[in-house]
Ligand binder design. Structure first.
Ligand code: MF3
Ligand code: CO
Length: 247
């Protein structure tokens, strides 16, 4: 079931979403060669709690941390641990915060030091894919137009779109209907309505789109072990466009 949020509910969502935005920037400022992903998780958890919110990911289906920290060939859901960040890495940080009875969700991919031109392009194009996805998006837009736009931009740039994981609705629950794929055909899917709140999160691979699910139950890697990037925001569908809550 897809819920329509009232203006009052959307107002309540602003705070957890702002906390997600600020936590992403804060964690990003801590990413340097030598830091471990576990340390980044600790910074994030402390910061989220200092803002009176809870890290939604911690304990979600048994997930053991407050953020996902996915380095290079890890697409998403990298569990923070002893992995040391190195010069030339790309690190995606994905996190959710819960406050006022609602979740906010966002992700960014950060460049560490001297990153290759190809990886820089991957990160830039992944971010652009999000903005392509929301181009012309408003009440009445067919849901899969989002993915069609994301896919077109990724593939025009020689990259591929992960199929095995998708974006989602959000609200009282971190994952609500509908699923929001990053691929698809223009003109298909349900028509979005004003007041729907969704997370649009392109996961873009430098090589092929296939991914492997690791034995830890969470980590998702590219099958060809080439790098991947991730960028996500929580957005409200409006009559005349979208409102991005996590920027
Ligand atoms: N923030 C992720 C998403 O975009 C969810 C992370 S999965 C978790 O859907 F288990 F780590 F929470
Ligand atoms: Co999400």
């Amino acid at each position: 079931m897809i819920t329509i949020k009232t203006e009052k509910e959307i107002d309540l969502m602003r705070e957890p979403c702002a906390i997600v935005r600020d936590t992403l920037a804060y964690v990003g400022s801590k990413i340097k060669p030598g830091v471990t992903t576990k340390e980044l998780d600790e910074y994030a958890e402390k910061y989220i709690r200092s803002r009176g919110a809870e890290p939604s990911c911690l304990g979600y289906c048994g997930y053991p941390a407050s953020i996902c920290a996915s380095v290079n060939e890890v697409v998403v859901h990298g569990i923070p641990g002893d992995r040391v960040i190195r010069d030339g890495d790309i690190v995606s940080i994905d996190l959710c915060a819960y406050k006022n009875g609602f979740h906010g969700d966002g992700a960014r991919t950060f460049l560490v030091g001297n990153v290759s031109e190809e990886k820089k392009k991957l990160v830039r194009v992944t971010e652009e894919c999000f903005f392509k996805g929301i181009e012309n998006l408003r009440a009445g837009t067919p849901l899969y137009d989002i993915g069609a736009r994301v896919q077109r931009h990724a593939e025009e740039n020689g990259f591929s779109v992960v199929r095995a994981l998708v974006g989602h609705g959000i609200g009282h629950e971190m994952h609500e209907d509908p699923s929001v794929p990053n691929f698809g055909k223009f003109g298909t899917g349900i028509r979005l309505k004003a007041g729907m709140v969704i997370c649009i999160e392109p996961m873009i691979n430098m090589g092929r789109y296939e991914v492997d699910f690791m034995d830890d139950g969470w980590t998702v890697k590219t099958r060809d072990r080439k790098p991947a990037a991730h960028y996500e925001n929580t957005v409200v569908i409006r009559e005349d466009g979208v409102e991005i809550l996590t920027i």
